[in-house]
Design a protein. Structure first.
Length: 473
């Protein structure tokens, strides 16, 4: 059995303003018809694999669950990390989770935010790796280098182990990101591959190696799994926070792959891209005759080699070239394609200024649906709220704000203190300060409403939950 292990952590700050801390790039639809996480799962169709195990941050749990549910891949298969501790602990948690069920699968470790254009070539590389993983080898997939890239680590191959038709090599060494002259040498030698961060190995073999080289990581993860909990909805596995915080932060390359004597590399030439910048997205997307990659409502005239992505508003680009233009509901980025690595400077500024645009979008997703903060003023907020069928707010109250709900479409089941009633289109209700209240969508279509919040304090920490269907405190 092959168990796909999909690592869906990270904040993706290099793709700001679309990617933010609470909605990073792996959950965005940047390439293909689905989010990058969904595309990673769908890419496995045609391989003999079980449902994937997804490892993500606690704060992204509802996003992951909803996206897996949409592609019918949700089945108590999400491990929540209370804090990020890099790839070695994440993979160790996956291996221990499988072992706790009496299983010893091959773990196919994948990142949730990579693009692979040639699914057939990807499948073939996995199939070529299986016999070696079954023999106890630790397989990594090396990307056939297309250019002297200085942004990736490299893997130098050693002697051949497979056939010329399906070449597999011993790993000679892992090397850090090189400077440009060194990267050119690597490319010309033909002996080096980009380090993809994808692996295939038996769960028990990985645990043997992590026990040998990093017993401290193994011990912390064992304690975390031993006292893990499954939530009431059976969607999430929560590891013990205190034990996991004590776990060292280490990549699997440093912890195991650079030390083991059983590392081998399978070459992969499948249109791989880690989408680490806006220029990388320009590389992988379809372009018009002027070399522009366009998404959304865009008009161009005498524009060339641009990447333009707009959320809702029209973007018109005239007489420009080599630009990245990203338009979201609350931020616009305009940057030269050659300077995209400096997006991090914007994020640093936002953090230093204690602004929220690096962390959240104007539109945020909740377990019950989504909330679009249309107007945000010191004493009032206006939100457009969408509640999915069967979705419901927690039973809650506020000390500092009152609320007014106006139904735009659908049917709302409203509870205020001891009263429960239905509201339909164009009807409204008022929730005074201190009233216990709850809203539910009992219908078959999404419920749309305007929520007007008013009061002296409108922070999210003025939500006092009495009862919550989604396990939030």
């Amino acid at each position: 059995m092959i168990l796909p292990v999909i690592m869906a952590g990270g904040t993706g700050s290099r793709l700001w303003p679309m990617s933010r801390e609470l909605y990073p790039k792996q959950f965005l639809r940047l390439y293909g018809e689905n989010s990058m996480l969904q595309e990673t799962v769908i890419r496995l169709n045609g391989l003999d694999v079980s449902e994937p195990l997804v490892i993500c941050n606690e704060q992204h749990r509802f996003l992951v669950a909803e996206q897996l549910r949409h592609i019918d891949q949700l089945s108590n298969n999400i491990i929540l990390e209370p804090v990020g501790r890099n790839t070695a602990p994440a993979i160790t948690l996956a291996a221990l989770s499988a072992a706790s069920k009496g299983e010893d699968p091959l773990l196919l470790v994948l990142a949730a935010d990579h693009v692979i254009g040639d699914r057939t070539a990807f499948h073939q590389a996995v199939k070529d790796a299986i016999p070696f993983a079954e023999q106890g080898k630790l397989v990594t997939f090396g990307i056939v280098a297309a250019k002297p890239e200085t942004g990736y680590g490299y893997i130098q191959r050693g002697g051949m182990m497979g056939s010329p038709q399906a070449p597999v090599f011993r790993v000679q060494r892992f090397v850090e990101k090189p400077d440009l002259p060194t990267a050119i040498q690597y490319l010309e030698s033909g002996e080096y591959y980009w380090n993809s961060g994808m692996f295939l190995f038996r769960a028990s073999r990985f645990l043997e190696e992590i026990a040998q080289f990093r017993p401290d990581i193994l011990e912390a993860c064992q304690k975390s799994i031993a006292t893990s909990e499954t939530d009431a909805q059976q969607d999430f596995i929560r590891v013990d926070k205190k034990a996991f915080i004590a776990c060292p932060d280490e990549s699997v390359d440093y912890a195991v792959m650079e030390k083991t004597n059983d590392a081998i590399v399978v070459p992969l030439d499948a249109g791989w891209n880690d989408v680490g910048s806006w220029s990388a997205l320009w590389d992988v997307n379809n372009k018009d005759t002027q070399g522009n990659a366009l998404t959304g409502d865009v008009f161009t005239h005498h524009a060339s080699n641009c990447y333009i992505n707009t959320d809702e508003k029209l973007v018109a680009a005239v007489g420009v070239e080599n630009l990245v233009i990203i338009n979201t509901k609350d931020a616009v980025l305009v940057i030269d394609k050659s300077q995209v690595q400096d997006v991090k400077k914007v994020v640093e500024f936002l953090k230093k200024s204690e602004r929220g645009e690096h962390r959240v979008h104007r539109e945020s997703y909740r377990p019950w649906g989504k909330n679009d903060k249309v107007v945000s003023m010191p004493r009032y907020h206006v939100n457009r709220v969408t509640v999915k069928p069967g979705g419901m707010f927690s039973l809650q109250m506020h000390h500092h704000r009152a609320e007014h709900w106006v139904v735009l479409s659908g049917t709302a089941k409203v509870t205020i203190d001891d009263s429960t009633y239905l509201l339909t289109e164009n009807q409204s209700t008022f929730i005074p300060i201190g009233a216990q209240h709850m809203l539910e969508n009992p219908g078959k279509i999404p419920l749309e409403l305007l929520e007007i919040q008013s009061g002296s304090y409108l922070g999210e920490d003025d939500i006092i939950r009495t009862k919550d269907h989604y396990g939030r405190c």
